[in-house]
Design a protein around this ligand. Sequence first.
Ligand code: B3K
Ligand code: ZN
Length: 876
Amino acid sequence: GQIVHLEDYRPTDFVLERVDLTFELDPKETKVEARLIFHRREGANPSAPLVLDGDELTMTGLLLDQEEIPAALYDVLDDTLTIRGLPETAPFEITVTTVLSPESNTKLMGLYRTSNVYCTQCEAEGFRRITYFPDRPDVLAVYTVNIIADKATAPLLLSNGNYLGGADLGDGRHFASWFDPHPKPSYLFALVAGDLGVVEDKFMTASGREVALKIYVEHGKEPRAAYAMDALKRAMKWDEEVFGREYDLDIFMIVAVSDFNMGAMENKGLNVFNDKYVLADPETATDTDYANIEAIIAHEYFHNWTGNRITCRDWFQLCLKEGLTVYRDHEFSADMRSRVVKRIAEVRHLKSEQFPEDAGPLAHPVRPAQYREINNFYTTTVYEKGSEVTRMIATILGRDLFKKGMDLYFDRHDGQAVTIEDFIACFEDASGRDLSQFSLWYEQAGTPLVSASGSYDTAAQTFTLALEQTVPPTPGQSAKRPMHIPLRVGLLLEDGSEATLKRASGADVTGDVIHLTERRQTVVFSGIPSRPVPSFNRGFSAPINVHIEQSAEDRALIARHEVDLFARWQALNAMALDNLVEAAGEARGARPITCDELLVEGLLAAAGDDRLEPAFRSQVLSLPSEADIAREIGHDNDPDAIQAGRQAILSAIAASGRSTFERLADDMALPGPFRPDATSAGQRSLRNAALSYLVYGDGRPERAADAFHSANNMTDLSLALTLLAQRFPDAEETAEALAAFKKRFADNALVIDKWFAIQATIPGPATLERVKTLMSDPLFNASNPNRVRSLVGTYAFSNPTGFNRADGEGYRFLARQILAIDPRNPQLAARILTSMRSWRSLEQTRAEHARGALKEIAAASSLSADVSDIVERMLQ
Ligand code: B3K
Ligand code: ZN
């Protein structure tokens, strides 16, 4: 693939007015007729040819206004169809006929088959695998779609928009027509045909229009779609109430399929979902599954306005729809559940996924300036950091002006394909603020580091904060300019009360937000009666690393008294991380490992505090992961030492906290039937956190085995199985539980994915053999993305000691898997390969093995653009 540059953007020479598609579906030989009405754009070169995109297409016909185009007037080459001699001003119709084989489409892009269902995925560049087309997001058109298919095997024929009608064709086939009145880019096109069950409901919009809601699933699975339907209705209502956005068609459909490259897809009026994010019941879904379903159903629905009604001018603007829509789904979940617990989960995720990306060879700006393969830019930087950037706009402007800016955006750009500049201009115009420096967040990659030091002047009763920001160099960007960083702070006095923030001089302060805009800046607060303890980056107001010399005593004060509960968690987490980093060093040097008493006290005090909600207390008890510790250390990492150090700290906490954990395990038991709500989930989570420490302390599997046998829901059952597998991989109890679990859920692939994943995370070098054995289990299926991600993906992404074997066998295994997956499904291969993105921060021996494995991939012949792009950037 060639490199595409943001600065090269040009509008098309031709405007596409209408699209008429007719599909005659057949597993091996689907015929697609595309009738496209164009006219030459005003001001465009009158002799410019029409250039259409195509990918692996077989074309069987090409007409201009129903007349065959002579061969001399068109060329098919290099993924394009070029047509010359087109009218200068008059509109014209191009008819392209192509023939596809859905059943042999293993890339899962374009039109493919999954469990006997025809299904499409067009974002980012899949539509060009269906027909020749100006396949780019700034080409918006109105679509009519006719679908013809065998009636017995495909009684259901779906596409975007509203249903126009259908009929029996008398020859065993039938047809249906759909019309989508909203102009859309091709990436939002969808078609689904097959035999599926349905769950139906209705939604009444604020202005009184009735919308039919339908969720299509495999027959027999209808009851498991009830929670998704409930989440959909809540999302529709929330978007009306919070963003003033109503749904705009007569029908909204979701289809769950079992072969899908990602989570879900927001096609206009016809969302297609990985069934993992639709299907749930207490017996088979964990609390995390329920929360994910709620969030993803909402996310895709919210795209209807942020993404579909207003779309991206080009793929560089991807965060325009993704960052904003993640921000919206985060806010939705915060309103549906506990805001602070949701925020903690977001920050944990950001730090464990996005921060390493930003610190490694794959770092790129929230809005990249160039790409080779756009599918490799559906990243946590574009999504999650993109969401944090939107959140910062809300923090800087405040709620009301942010809302005003959003309203202006919807108003001004409805029906358009726009840029980040257009988005930012709405907030500038609504607020009168200048956001040009702030816009650097979209351009500069790398996680900023803010170093802070405070000094208290007793006589003057002033407190001075000296702040310094640095943005680390990232690939292609060595020098960085200072950013506008909104830092929420609190100053805590000795008794835990909060000092009033009265700015005397220095950086701007609004409310509790310091606006750091220079490389070095101080801010002076006056009227501070005693030496305060600063609490930094409250609520994680900016996605940055903070460096501040702060004693464990000061952190403990924050942990006890901060009014911002997120900051309490953050203080304990920072304390724990310091201790875990030290423990890793001690383990590596074979020195005795010491556990900080203040940490243990702080954790147990919060965990045992009945005034705090259980879900929050559970978050406090969950220590930074081994990957978090590795990231904090940053270089020369030895995963075995990190694990040994962390286990020693866990043991110390388990021993000191035994009585607290016993009490919690009893108090948090939930009588009665399972309920998936956030409060119940929080109780289960705290109970399971306590149980984990107890099992850790026991050093024996009995308690976990009991929990396994008495569990009445998937959350408790899978946690118990995880404890058994991870702590006692060789115990009789573990083998029995694994076998029982497999037997009970053998016919439910999504639950078997948990069974694969749990075994893939068993620590230590022996797990590689286990993973290999599991790959030949009849329940494994190398062509299903969910299976591959659960087993191979989990092993590579989430098993630091198992994957990073000192002998490098883990990396070589992964290299072989990548090379095996790539020819079938390049997107899946490229995604799993990113698990090695932090290879340079490993100690030397492992790093050398990792480099060798990456080179082996890079040297392979006929790599996909997806994999070669990732591997080359990783080796650079
Ligand atoms: N927009 C899709 C992701 C498409 C990924 C293409 N490789 C789902 C989402 O973000 O909502
Ligand atoms: Zn999205």
